[in-house]
Design a binder for this molecule. Structure first.
Ligand code: PLP
Length: 393
């Protein structure tokens, strides 16, 4: 057969999606698996959103839409960003995408020339480095440490910048660490970037899921750089809409138009009736977002209490998202595991518990546990993890 292109031969599939698929397969075979792998809320989408999608279908909203999204949804996003976070975007400054992931992918395509660099802070969400490489760019990874709450540090960031740096990716609240970047940290990063031709891509998809501290959007903390900041958000996490594939980007008009054009030549537009559902989400279901946040807050508290009883692991309470990023280095050493992959394999074999190894987040001594799951199952899973750990520590 003819060869495939180098760009896909080097491409790793999303480790988290692969793991979720494995957990589902084992469950379907009747194995008593407990999976902490989920990157999505376990509840269904709010009823008004479902209703709006059905209505749109019946009303014949089944045709192509403008590639950057329908006007009512651009308006609703602009209004939401204003009332919720005090941000001033016109509907023309908003692009509607097929999930936040699609907006991120196209953002890298829109700003990177070959070999230009994107600064990412590790631990990072698995898809960023692959997206940067697919766009022809080079990821430059700047580590953050658990001792400093996984927050970006000014000196390390400054040292990573080169004449080839074209963009920096900020993710707050953070997946996988749950870190919520305080305004002071964002301001420091902004100071370093002042006067440089560097785009800021701010992935704030977990903006609504904060339990300690407050989410401050980057363009709110650093309005001076708003003209070079692309804010990315979505419906997946806060409205339990992962399967609908709907997200948005807001920022300087020229870049937003570039995203529209990229979409027009690739996907044409986000699914028409899903966009109408998006309008209903923002106009009618914001109360559901708060209910979801409270649900996660209560699970988070129980998860942290249960984890405190597990030997050989360390963690700090994460401020946002729905993950605990667990330092398993004492357990790796005690159990003779080479890295978190080996530990995750043994945990699955012995206890039928699925965790996501930190390896693909650039943190091989950590595992990520999602608490977007039923409480009983969650506590059962932690009990099994504790039993696993006690056999070694
Ligand atoms: N950004 C981060 C940090 C995520 O964790 C995810 C989903 O896991 C996404 C973006 C993608 O979200 P969407 O479903 O809107 O594409």
């Amino acid at each position: 057969t003819p060869p495939l292109a180098g760009r896909v031969r080097a491409l790793a599939p999303s480790a988290t999606l692969a793991l979720t698929a494995l957990a589902r397969e084992l469950k379907e075979r009747g194995e008593p698996v407990v999976s902490f792998g989920a990157g999505e809320p376990d509840v269904n989408t709010p009823e008004p959103v479902i209703e709006a999608a059905c209505r749109a279908l019946r009303e014949g909203k089944t045709k192509y839409t403008p590639s950057g999204g329908i006007r009512p949804l651009r308006e609703a996003v602009a209004e939401y960003l204003h009332t919720r976070f005090g941000l001033a975007y016109a509907p023309e400054d908003v692009h509607i995408s097929v999930g936040a992931k699609h907006a991120l992918f196209n953002a890298f395509l829109a700003v990177l020339e070959p070999e230009e660099e994107v600064v990412l802070f590790s631990p990072y969400w698995v898809s960023y480095p692959e997206m940067v490489r697919l766009a022809g760019g080079k990821p430059v990874v700047v580590p953050t440490s658990p001792e400093r709450g996984f927050l970006p540090e000014r000196e390390a960031f400054t040292a990573a910048l080169t004449p080839r740096t074209r963009a920096v990716l900020l993710n707050t609240p953070n997946n996988p660490t749950g870190a919520v970047y305080p305004e002071t940290v964002l301001r420091q990063l902004g100071e370093v970037l002042a006067g440089r031709d560097v785009w800021v891509i701010a992935d704030e998809i977990y903006a609504e899921l904060v339990y300690e501290g407050a989410h401050v959007p980057f363009p709110r903390a650093v309005p001076e750089l708003a003209d070079r900041t692309l804010l990315i958000g979505g419906f997946s996490k806060s409205f339990a809409m992962t399967g609908w594939r709907l997200g948005f980007a807001a920022g300087p008009r020229e870049l937003v138009r570039a995203l529209d054009n990229l979409a027009s030549q690739s996907v044409s537009c986000p699914t028409s009736f899903v966009q109408y559902a998006g309008v209903a989400a923002l106009r009618e279901a914001l109360g559901e977002v708060e209910r979801l946040r409270q649900l996660f807050a209560s699970r988070r508290a129980k998860m942290l209490a249960a984890l405190a009883e597990v030997p050989g692991v360390r963690f700090a309470p994460p401020g946002g998202a729905f993950y605990v990023f667990l330092d398993v280095s004492p357990l790796l050493e005690a159990g003779g595991f080479s890295d978190a992959d080996a530990l995750a394999r043994a945990l699955l074999e012995e206890e039928k518990v699925v965790v996501v190894p930190g390896t693909s987040f650039g943190a091989p001594e950590f595992v990520r546990l999602s608490y977007a799951m039923g409480e009983e199952e969650m506590l059962e899973g932690i009990a099994r993890l504790a039993a696993f750990a006690r056999r070694r520590v």
